[in-house]
Design a protein around this ligand. Sequence first.
Ligand SMILES: *Cc1c(COP(=O)(O)O)cnc(C)c1O
Length: 464
Amino acid sequence: MNVLANYPPTDELQALDAAHHLHPFTHANGLAAKGARVITSAKGVWLKDSDGEEIIDGMAGLWCVNIGYGRDELAEAAARQMKELPYYNTFFQTTHVPALMLAKKLAELAPGDLNHVFFASGGSDANDTNIRLVRTYWAEKGQPERDVIISRWNAYHGSTIGGTSLGGMKGMHGQGSLPIPGIEFIDQPHWWAEGGDMTPAEFGLERARQLEERIKEIGPEKVGAFIAEPIQGAGGVIVPPETYWPEIQRIVKKYGILLIADEVICGFGRTGNWFGSQTVGIEPDIMTVAKGLSSGYIPIGASIISDGVADVLRETEFNHGYTYSGHPVACAVALENLRILEEEGIVDNVREVTAPYLREKWEALADHPLVGEAKIVGMMASIALTPEKASRAVFAADAGTVGYICRDRCFANNIIMRSVGDRMIISPPLSMTCDEIDILIARARKSLDECYEKLKVDDLLKAG
Ligand SMILES: *Cc1c(COP(=O)(O)O)cnc(C)c1O
C-alpha cells in the first residue's frame, strides 16, 4: 500500500508534521501554531497544496528547480540508473560511468581551466571540501601558514560547521560557537543599505578595497583564499556595483590568493550565463556548485577546481570524501538535467528572452510607494521595502516586520516570494514563460498593495 497516495486531511497532516518533524531555519512552536502548508505535487512553475490551491513558485523551490517541475526524463534517468547500478563508491581505486561522465561534462561547461571535479551531496559539504582543499593545497606548496579564508558578512555558504563558518550570518554563528578559527570577514557590497552618501561606483570600490586592507592586516603570507557568491542570494539578492568585482579580481591576483566563487545559486543559468562568474567577469580557481546542477531533483553538489590547484592537490593523498561523493543516481540525474538545459537552449532563452522581459516588469515595481530599489540579474531579483525612498530609510518597526507582512500577503495570494529582512526576493524556475512572468508580477503587485494598506492601518509606515 502506498501510504502517500491517499493522505489524510490537511489539519491531520499538519498535526503529524508538528509532532515529529523539525524544520530547517524554523521556530518550531511558531510554525506548529499556524500549521505548515503541505505541498503535494508540482508541474512546470506551479505547486499544488493539500487544499488544492495552485501556487506560482517564484523561488524555484529553494533557488534550485531551474528546469521546472515534472520532467519525467529525470525520473526515468534515476530509475534506469537505480536498476543498473544504484550505488558504488569511488574511494578505493574504482569509478563508474555516471560520475566520470558528469565530471567530464562539468569540465566542459565550466569556464577557463576549471577541469577537475570533487563531488559532494550539496553546497554546504562542497564548501567544507573547499576549506580542506585550500588548506591542503597551501600545505603541499610548502606554505601551511596560509590557512586563513576571507569571506563577507551576510554571505551564505551553507549550514554545516564549515559552511556556517564561511558564511557571514551572525544569527547562525551564534548557535554552535562558530565560526571555526581561520575565517575572517569583510563588509558586503550592499549599497542600498550601507552605501551612505557614496555613489554606488565609489562604494563598490571601497568595499572591494576592504579586502586588500584586510589581507595586509592579517599578513598576505597567511591568507589562502577569498570566497564569495558572484551575486549574494540568501543575503537578499544583493547585486554589487559594477566597480566591485574587477577590483576584487585585481586584489586576489596581486596577492596570489585563491578565488572561490560560490556558484550554488548563480550556476547553471540563473544569471543568464552558465555561471555567475561569467556574468560578473571573474576567473575563480574553485567553484562551488549544487542546487541547479540537478534542478533540485536529487541532492548533489561539487567543487570544480582549476588545473593549477588540481596539479598540486594530485601530488598527495587527499584524506577527504563522502560516502555519496559522485553517487551514480545523482550523477545520472544531473547529466540528464544538463542535457535538457543545453539541448532546449534554456540558458540562452533566459539571457535573450525571459530575463529581459522579467527585468522590464520587475524594475517597473520601483514605482510602487513601498518599493525603494528594484534589482535584478538574469532570473534572480530583489526589491527593498522602505517608508521613504529618497533617503533609503528603514522602517521604525524591527527589521523584518514589514517583510514578514508582505510575505504573508504573498502566501495568501498564492505566489512564493520570500522575505529577507525587509527585502522581497524571487528566483523563479528558468523555464518560466513570459505569460507566467505576467502572473507572477501581477500577484507580486497585489501583495505589495495589500501590504501597503495594512501598514497604513497598523501605523507602521514610519521611518526609523
Ligand atoms: C544553498 C547554498 C549553499 C548550501 O547548499 P546546500 O545544498 O543547502 O548545502 C551554499 N552556498 C550558497 C551560495 C547557497 O545558496
